[in-house]
Each structure stands twice: as structure tokens, then as C-alpha cells.
Ligand binder design. Structure first.
Ligand code: AMP
Ligand code: ZN
Length: 138
């Protein structure tokens, strides 16, 4: 299914041009237009899913296999020093394009890219509550 005003649907169909790195009947991988590092790319399913929660299970598993394939090719060809796979869901989590996508981010020494966690210590009572709460829904 295609969503009327979705830029990534239009990239998927070729209506909007992209620097396409890989394409098959289900996926497209193209360069991010505002890259955080040399080679930063986005992997999208051609079908429209707004986010991870809407994603079809079969597409989800194939997406990770493809992400691994492209990341492996990037590592070998760009000789990056590390790699981030990043996937944002919801505005609060940094999602700005509401068509599921995985960021493929090759990392280099001194690339000045920051993916920041504000680490706290896990409290025992929180750990128990978190496990109890989530396990009920699994
Ligand atoms: P997110 O913040 O996780 O939703 O990521 C959206 C990404 O899409 C950002 O890194 C943008 O730079 C990128 N982006 C937006 N429009 C385009 C476009 N037309 N072609 C390539 N990348 C895009
Ligand atoms: Zn879309």
C-alpha cells in the first residue's frame, strides 16, 4: 500500500529521485540527503508502514537480513571503523519521516557523530516493575 503524501513511498516508486544503493521488489536502500557520516544510508520497505509497530513480520525479518548485507558491503568498501543501525519510532524518539526506515550509519574515528544515552543506574524495584509489566504483554 502507498500513502498519498509520503515522500519515502515516492522514493520507493521512483517518483522522487534518490541515490539508490540497492533495490529489489520489496526494499530500497538510498543515501540520506543529510548524512551524519560518509555513506549514511536509509533502508525502506517499498510498502508503506509508518513504524516498527505496523511492520509486517516477514518484512521485518527480511529488512534485518538486508541491513546486515548492506552494512557488510559498506564495512568492506568504506573501511569504516564501526557501524550503527538506528531505527526511530515516534516524534519523541526522533522520527521525522513516518515511513519505516533503518538508518545505516558507517562510523569513523573523529566523525563527530553523537548518539547519546543519558545512563542512570537501574534500581532493583524498577527492574522488577519493568519485567512484570512487559512480560504480561509478551
Ligand atoms: P528519522 O529522523 O529517523 O525519521 O530519519 C529521517 C531521515 O530521512 C533523516 O536522516 C533525513 O535526512 C532523511 N531524509 C529526509 N528526506 C529525504 C530524502 N528525500 N532523501 C533522502 N533522505 C531523506
Ligand atoms: Zn510511505
Amino acid at each position: 500500500m502507498k500513502e498519498e503524501n509520503c515522500i519515502f513511498c515516492k522514493i520507493a516508486s521512483g517518483e522522487i529521485p534518490s541515490y539508490t544503493l540497492y533495490e529489489d521488489n520489496l526494499f530500497k536502500v538510498f543515501l540520506d540527503l543529510s548524512p551524519t557520516s560518509f555513506g549514511h544510508a536509509l533502508l525502506i520497505p517499498k510498502e508503506h508502514y509508518a513504524n516498527l509497530f505496523e511492520l509486517d513480520d516477514d518484512i521485518a525479518s527480511k529488512a534485518l537480513i538486508l541491513a546486515k548485507k548492506v552494512a557488510t558491503a559498506m564495512k568492506a568498501s568504506l573501511q569504516c571503523d564501526g557501524f550503527n543501525l538506528l531505527q526511530n519510532n515516534g516524534e519523541i524518539a526522533g522520527q521525522t519521516m513516518f515511513h519505516f526506515h533503518i538508518h545505516l550509519i558507517p562510523r569513523y574515528k573523529d566523525d563527530n557523530t553523537k548518539i547519546i544515552f543519558d545512563h542512570k543506574s537501574l534500581k532493583e524495584e524498577d527492574a522488577k516493575t519493568i519485567l512484570d509489566t512487559i512480560k504480561k504483554c509478551l
